[in-house]
Structure formats: structure tokens, C-alpha cells
Design a protein around this ligand. Structure first.
Ligand SMILES: [Mn+2]
Length: 302
């Protein structure tokens, strides 16, 4: 794909796209799936999600018009070559993306969060917060011999100054590995909200108190691994875990996050169109993104 021009399809993102360098929201695709440990297909997500977006009305679920929002789609990062080259190129393009008041990245597998977060940490003044919505912790120091595996994302994020574990919150977790449990034991300041706790309690009060550590961050990065949703709501993903959140729950959690936190960047990763059924998973991602558009507009981020 040519990255130097705007996509020709003017109905992209329901016609909200603009060439304006000052557009409220910048969107960048990173179709990299080289770090997925099991089933692939996430490289197709940015194109699939974009191709479905013309079929969605430019309104939030509560009827908020998105019409005066301006969205600049920066197309995809060139993901040819090895992972190192992809990380470098991604970081460079994220610097451009961050000229927009709000930045959205569409993966790709979860490893794409690593270079995106590092570019964010180098560009945006801290202290920074990290909100990780996922079935998995991704806290391995290395996985299957790779430090850049999608199972290591959060560990690599903690290596970027100036984020610290006391400004990190994990939500929707229901899969654990021994090394991750040890890491959490060594870092009791990290908040982990398991999927079971969300299902069994009062979601508003549980989530609101879980997000407290992020409130004094200057800017917050939100990463959404689509497998945080139950496979019933998001079957098109490489490592599904039963017992997950409903799309309704996830929208509620994100709404609370937007109400309380200075969110600056959001990524959606691990959508795999070839593993999907009837585009359920891509449409779930689109629903989340359109609500994000609405909250950006509501908060008047410009
Ligand atoms: Mn995951």
C-alpha cells in the first residue's frame, strides 16, 4: 500500500475522513502478524475494518452525530522486512500520528503495541498511564524464544520510560502463566481486574476504583486486545479464551475510562478476519471505534 496519500474511498469511516493535518483523530494501521504464537490473520484487520466502515452510520449508539468530527487516515505502516525494521518504521509513523490530538492504531497482533507505546513515551510528557484490556497479561519476558512476541507486550511497555507499574491497570484477564504471576507478586502496585470479578460484581464501582491509579497520569494509553471479549462476541482472533466480557460490558468499561482518564492513544489489536464469522469481530471493533469517536468529540479533544 502507498502510504503517501489518503485513501481514495471518500466514504471511508462513514465519510468523516479529512486530509487536514489538524484533524481531531489520526488513524494508522499496522498490519503486522509476525509475532503471533498460534493462529494468524491479523495482518488483514486494518483493510477489513476500513472496508466495512462505509456501511456504518456516522452516529454513536446513543444517537450522537459524528458529522463534524474530522478523522485523518494515515493508511498502513509498511510491514515488509524483519520485526526490527517494522518496529522502527512504526515508531516513525506514530510520531506523525501523534500530531493529532487523539491517536488510534489498528493492528496487527499485540506486538504492534510495543513500538507504538515506545514512540508515545518518547513524544508525550509523562507520567504516562497504561490500560491493558485483554484476556491475557502479556507479561512474559520472552515467549518461544522471542522478546518481541505478542505474549511480551506489557513487559516491553514497562521498559519504556516514563511509565511505571503503579500507573498500569489490566482488565478482563482470565489466562495466567507462572512467570506472569511471579512478576505480579513482585509488583503488587499493578492493578489486575479479572474477567470473573467484572462478571460477578457491580461493574461501575469495580471498574471506577480499578482505574484510580491512572487518574494522576498526564496521558493514558489504552490497548484493546479484542480477545478481552468472549469468543461469542469476538470469534475472529488467534488465541480465544472462554469466559470473557460481552461487548456491552466492554463499552461500559471504556465509557468509564473516557469519563475519568486523559486518554491520548488507543489501539485495537488481534482482530483476525480469516478466523472470523460474518465479520462479527471486525464489526465489534468498529462499534468500539465509533464510540471512541463520540467520546473524543464529547470531551472536545482538538
Ligand atoms: Mn490476548
Amino acid at each position: 500500500m502507498n502510504n503517501d496519500h489518503q485513501p481514495k474511498h471518500r466514504k471511508l469511516w462513514s465519510g468523516l475522513t479529512s486530509d487536514d493535518e489538524n484533524a481531531n483523530i489520526g488513524i494508522l494501521g499496522v498490519p503486522f502478524e509476525g509475532a503471533a504464537s498460534f493462529r494468524k490473520g491479523t495482518a488483514q484487520a486494518p483493510a477489513r475494518i476500513r472496508s466495512l466502515s462505509p456501511h456504518v452510520a456516522p452516529y454513536t449508539e446513543s444517537g450522537g452525530a459524528l458529522s463534524d468530527l474530522r478523522i485523518r487516515d494515515l493508511d498502513d505502516v509498511d510491514v515488509s522486512g524483519d520485526w526490527n525494521a517494522v518496529h522502527d518504521r512504526t515508531a516513525k509513523r506514530v510520531e506523525e500520528l501523534l500530531k493529532h490530538p487523539f491517536a488510534i492504531v489498528i493492528g496487527g497482533d499485540h506486538s504492534v503495541t510495543i513500538p507504538v507505546f515506545h514512540a508515545f513515551a518518547e513524544t508525550v510528557p509523562g507520567p504516562l498511564g497504561y490500560l491493558h484490556l485483554d484476556a491475557h497479561l502479556d507479561l512474559m519476558s520472552s515467549f518461544e524464544g522471542r522478546t518481541w512476541s505478542h505474549a511480551c507486550t506489557a513487559r516491553r511497555v514497562f521498559e519504556a520510560a516514563p511509565v511505571s507499574p503503579e500507573h498500569a491497570v489490566f482488565v478482563g484477564i482470565r489466562s495466567w502463566l507462572g512467570e506472569e504471576i511471579s512478576f505480579l507478586r513482585d509488583h503488587p502496585e499493578i492493578q489486575v481486574l479479572a474477567a470473573s470479578a467484572i462478571a460477578e460484581g457491580d461493574i461501575t464501582s469495580i471498574v471506577t476504583s480499578a482505574l484510580v491509579p491512572l487518574r494522576n497520569a498526564a496521558s493514558v494509553y489504552v490497548t484493546i486486545d479484542i480477545d478481552v471479549l468472549d469468543p461469542a462476541f469476538a470469534p475472529g482472533t488467534g488465541t480465544p479464551e472462554a469466559g470473557g466480557l460481552s461487548t456491552r460490558h466492554l463499552l461500559r468499561i471504556l465509557r468509564l475510562a473516557f469519563e475519568h482518564l486523559p486518554i491520548r492513544v488507543l489501539d485495537v489489536v488481534e482482530v483476525s478476519p480469516p478466523l472470523d464469522h460474518s465479520d462479527i469481530t471486525s464489526f465489534a471493533a468498529i462499534k468500539l471505534l465509533y464510540e471512541v469517536f463520540g467520546w473524543v468529540k464529547e470531551r472536545n479533544i482538538r
